[in-house]
Design a protein around this ligand. Structure first.
Ligand code: BTN
Length: 246
């Protein structure tokens, strides 16, 4: 076991990712160290967004990894494995769990978890990863104006034990990270595609050319999304170059 041998719980922090980064800078924490919090007053999301979470209701976690076996060109494998671990957990509660590229976790058309991965690179390998995970567990009212939030409580119709959910997620993360260590990239890729939201079906999207109908074909090893347009050819997209019409 690597992930979760040391777990530090904080009642209130700015952001568990910020705490993890400070620990890496000052304390040489063991690989797999997990930081959890009951509340963040400056929770961070992707693209400079904030992350809403009512005190004590949800899972707020950052994991410290040293994935020196991963080259910068392959770093999307970290996104795949963290997404799959969160998906494993959510799929245990709902068959409608999916991974929305690149690393949101959805139930149906609603977002139940977000992931913020912050890597540092040294030479030709990753040196450090802080993988921040926000999973909505028992929150029922969302105020921030996020378009489509949902929680496990809302999906299952019952209140969940946050400690048990945290333990289950740590176990899933450890199992998925072990696959990275063992070089099981092809299996991670296959399972990520199996769980991919809206893959292999015609749906509406928009890009810099406007709205169109397209089909997600695959996510490339470098994390680019390949989408075939019904009228036209396939195109590769980086994060934020394409929007899903929900
Ligand atoms: C997203 O925008 O979808 C990513 C959200 C990531 C939120 C988690 S909560 C724990 C960790 N600490 C943070 O400040 N952010 C991540």
């Amino acid at each position: 076991m690597i992930i979760g041998t040391y777990v530090r719980h904080c009642e209130k922090v700015s952001s568990t990712n910020t705490v993890a980064a400070a620990m890496i800078r000052d304390q040489a924490p063991a690989e797999g160290t997990v930081i959890t919090a009951s509340y963040q007053d400056s929770g961070r999301g992707q693209q400079g967004n904030s992350w809403e979470s009512e005190p004590g209701k949800n899972l707020l976690m950052s994991v410290i990894l040293y994935p020196v076996m991963v080259s910068p060109a392959e770093q999307f494998i970290i996104s795949r494995m963290i997404s799959l671990a969160v998906h494993d957990l959510v799929a245990g509660h709902s068959q409608a769990a999916r991974i929305k590229w690149p690393n949101d976790i959805y139930v149906g058309d609603d977002k139940i978890a977000g992931i913020l991965i912050e890597n540092s690179i040294m030479g030709d390998t990753l040196a450090t990863t802080v993988a921040g995970i926000g999973l909505n567990v028992n929150q029922e009212i969302f105020r921030s104006g996020a378009p489509n939030p949902v929680s496990l409580r809302q999906v299952t119709g019952r209140e969940l034990d946050l400690g048990a959910v945290t333990g289950d997620l740590i176990a899933a993360l450890d199992r998925r990270y072990d696959m990275v260590i063992r070089g099981e990239a092809a299996t991670l890729e296959r399972e990520y595609h199996k769980a991919l939201y809206r893959a292999g079906e015609w749906h509406r999207f928009s890009d810099d050319t406007g709205e169109f109908e397209g089909m997600i074909e695959m996510v490339m090893p470098d994390g680019m999304l390949s989408v075939r347009k019904r009228e036209g050819v396939s195109r590769l997209y980086a994060f934020r170059e394409i929007d899903y019409i929900l």
